[in-house]
Design a protein around this ligand. Structure first.
Ligand code: 5GP
Ligand code: ZN
Length: 148
């Protein structure tokens, strides 16, 4: 995870300033709702961030229209990354909150080209609690689904 953490207030955060053109970026694409630019850290060559233009902190704070637009832009970027850098794999990564690994608190999605032994690691500690627990968790989520 990056060492830098942006605690700026909404509207003044680093990505709001980047969207406004107040700080430089290597921009790849923009449309009405989203912007895509090179991640300054470049975990691998071609590492792109897709952000909402509007300041929103996490996945829970963006609108359904923004969510759809972000994934469409991510697919455009993934196709461009595949054509330009030809990585053998690609990972989409999106962090919510400090515990989730978020360091810039303006919604964004990483489009990350992947290579064998590239040092990226995300532990995946499987619990396999069994069918009854899965059914219970699913029932809790069905009861919590937003009505729309
Ligand atoms: P997160 O950890 O929140 O998922 O990702 C934040 C990302 O923003 C990091 O990968 C970091 O390299 C990138 N980043 C931080 N500051 C800047 C900046 O000023 N410009 C660009 N292009 N990327 C940045
Ligand atoms: Zn912002």
């Amino acid at each position: 995870m990056p060492m830098f953490v942006d605690h700026s207030p909404p509207g003044q955060c680093i990505f709001c300033r980047l969207v406004a053109g107040e700080i430089p970026s290597a921009k790849v694409y923009e449309d009405a709702l989203t912007i895509a630019f090179m991640d300054i850290g470049q975990v691998n060559p071609g590492h792109v961030l897709v952000a909402t233009k509007r300041h929103a902190v996490t996945l829970l704070d963006i609108t359904p229209e923004e969510a759809g637009a972000v994934l469409q832009t991510a697919q455009r970027m993934a196709r461009a990354v595949q054509a330009a850098f030809d990585p053998p794999g690609m990972t989409l990564f999106q962090a919510n909150g400090p515990v989730g690994g978020q360091t810039v608190f303006h919604f964004h999605l990483h489009v990350l080209p992947r290579h064998e032994d590239d040092g990226m690691a995300l532990a995946w500690p499987r619990k396999e609690p069994g069918a009854a627990v899965l059914q219970d968790h699913a029932a809790r989520l069905r009861a919590a689904l937003p009505a729309d």
